[in-house]
Design a protein. Sequence first.
Length: 288
Amino acid sequence: MAKGRELKGRIKSVENTRKITRTMEMVATSKMKRAQDRVVAARPYARTLGDVIASMYNPDHVERFPLLRQPATARRAAVLLLTSNRGLAGAFNANLIREARHLLARLEREGVAVDLHVVGRKGIGYFRYMGRTLTTTKADLGDAPTGADAAALVDDLMRGYAEGELDAVYVIYSQFKSALSTPPVSERVLPITPPSGQEGAARDFLLYPSPEEILGTLLPAYVRNSVYRALVENTASFFSSQRNAMKSATDNAGDMLNILRRTYNRARQAQITQEIAEIVGGAAALQG
C-alpha cells in the first residue's frame, strides 16, 4: 500500500495548497475592489483638471511656463517604471518590464540618454540583475498610494525638466480597464500637451487672480495627478492579476485533486480485489 500512502500524502498537500490559494484569491478580490474605487474616483478629477488647463492654454504661455516647453529634439529623458513588491500575479510584472525594455530600446535607438527610475522590488531586482544603472529606486509604497507618494516620485523630475536637464518624462504602468484586462502602457507626462482642439476654448467661469497664476499652480498639480492616477491604476491591476492567478491556481488544484482521488480509489480498489483473490485462493487450497 506504499502507492496508496504516497497518493494520500499528495492529496493532503494539494488540499493545503488549495486552501492557501483560495484565501489569497479572496484577499486579492477584497483589495482589488478598494483599489478599483480609488481608480474610479481619480479619473474624473484628472479629466476635469486637463479640461481646465486646456481651456486656459495659450501658445504664449509656453515661454512663461517651463512645464509647457516643447523641445524640438529630446536629448535626455526619464522613465518611471511602476512594478509591484510581490509576485504570484501571473505575468503582471513581466509585462511591465517588457514594456519598459521596449521603450528604453526605442529611446536609445533615437539617441536619447535615459534615466531609469523604478518603483517596486520586482522591477528593481530585474534591472539590477541585468546590470542596468538605476537613477532612483523605491520599494516602500503601500497598497493605497497617496498624492504625497506621487509628489515624492515626480517632483524632482519636474524640477529637472523645468531646468532643462530633462526633455521628456514617461511613466510605465498597468492600465486598469477591467478585472480581466490590465495592459501595460507608456504615458508621456512631460512636456504637458493640452488636448488637441481645446486650446483657447471658450469658458463661462471667472478666474482670480489671473489665468497665468492659476496655471502656475495647476500645471504641477496636473503632472502629480497623472502619476497618482498611474499608481492607483497599477495597484488595482496588480490585485486583479493576483486574483486571476490565484483563481486559476485554485481551479487547477481542484482538478488535480479529482485526478488524484480517482487514482487513489482505483489503487485501493485494486488492492482490495487482490486481497479478496488471495483469500479465495488460500481457502480453495485448504479445501483441496
